[in-house]
Design a protein around this ligand. Structure first.
Ligand SMILES: C[S@@+](CC[C@H](N)C(=O)[O-])C[C@H]1O[C@@H](n2cnc3c(N)ncnc32)[C@H](O)[C@@H]1O
Length: 287
């Protein structure tokens, strides 16, 4: 079987399986997924796939490719099969201990960068619930002078964030912590978080069964972690510092109201490119 033959067969199998929608990708297609499997599992570039399209695959290559294809057709996210996902154009290692970073989360990064446009300013920043390190690493990539701390309650997820920071040569301070509890006397200019925010009975959960439930589900109908983070944040923000939280499209009112109750000022929400309110937050100490 040649590379071209395998790509055609894989594309047909993926399209028929209806499992090809990968969390995190917005422009996915069975063909793109088949190509991604081929590139990642055989270590080929897109140019090599084109130039070697008539190359006959060896028995061991076929075994590896077909095993990956079967896992994908059974519903496992592609990112876990190939062990990698892209966020903010950065290649990140992901494992079943980490959420697969979503393109939606780039809105939170864009809002943070827009609020602090000065590339030379040295800020203290913390990403709460860093998972693979996606948000923290994107911020460090764009603002090399920022001192970025990344925390997660899950030691395995934190290990992945540490690996990604080393691979990308983007230094982070990584700590295991239940939200801000390990940062007792520290204050930050910017606190960002994409915490778990699905309710335990959310209709999307069955399609997310490969991802860690502790990264997805929060008590109090999905608002429990917002309550905990927002109630702790004021004591950890510098004057004029911002707290920015990603949330579900229907949660903006609830998150803003929690920010207001906690005494944050300038409380507001930001929408993504499709017009959905996906980030809310407020500032410490300004009127
Ligand atoms: C929705 S995921 C976000 C991961 C990553 N920031 C991203 O955007 O791809 C939420 C993360 O919060 C972490 N988490 C859950 N409860 C936590 C807690 N009490 N303290 C710190 N991190 C927590 C989970 O382990 C998970 O990595």
């Amino acid at each position: 079987m040649t590379i071209t033959d395998w790509l055609a067969a894989a594309e047909a199998a993926l399209a028929a399986s209806n499992a090809w929608r990968q969390p995190g990708l917005t422009d996915e297609s069975p063909r793109r997924e088949a190509q991604w499997l081929l590139r990642s599992l055989l270590g080929l570039t897109s140019a090599q796939i084109l130039s070697r399209s008539e190359q006959v695959l060896s028995g061991s290559q076929l075994t590896e490719l077909n095993a990956g294809l079967k896992r994908r057709c059974d519903g496992e996210p592609l990112a876990y099969i190939v062990g990698q996902a892209e966020f903010w154009s950065l290649p990140l290692r992901v494992t079943p201990a980490t959420l697969i970073p979503r393109a939606d989360t780039e809105t939170l990064v864009e809002v943070a960068l827009a609020l602090f446009p000065d590339r030379e300013r040295e800020l203290q920043v913390v990403d709460l619930g860093c998972g693979s390190g996606a948000i923290a690493l994107a911020l460090k990539h764009e603002r090399p002078h920022w001192q970025v701390t990344a925390v997660d309650a899950c030691a395995d997820a934190l290990g992945v964030a540490i690996d990604n920071a080393q691979q990308l040569k983007l230094p982070l301070r990584c700590l295991q912590s239940n939200w801000l509890s390990a940062l007792a006397n520290e204050r930050f200019d910017l606190i960002v978080s994409n915490p778990p925010y699905l309710a335990a009975d959310d209709m999307h959960l069955p399609t997310l069964s490969y991802e860690p439930r502790t990264a997805l589900v929060a008590d109090m109908n999905g608002l429990g972690d917002y309550r905990r983070i927002i109630s702790q944040a004021q004591a950890h923000l510098n004057e004029q510092g911002w707290l920015l939280l990603e949330h579900g499209a229907e949660q903006a009112d609830a998150v803003r109201s929690l920010c207001q109750q906690a005494g944050l000022s300038n409380v507001q929400s930001w929408s993504d490119l499709s017009g959905q309110w996906r980030v809310s937050g407020g500032q410490h100490g300004v009127i």
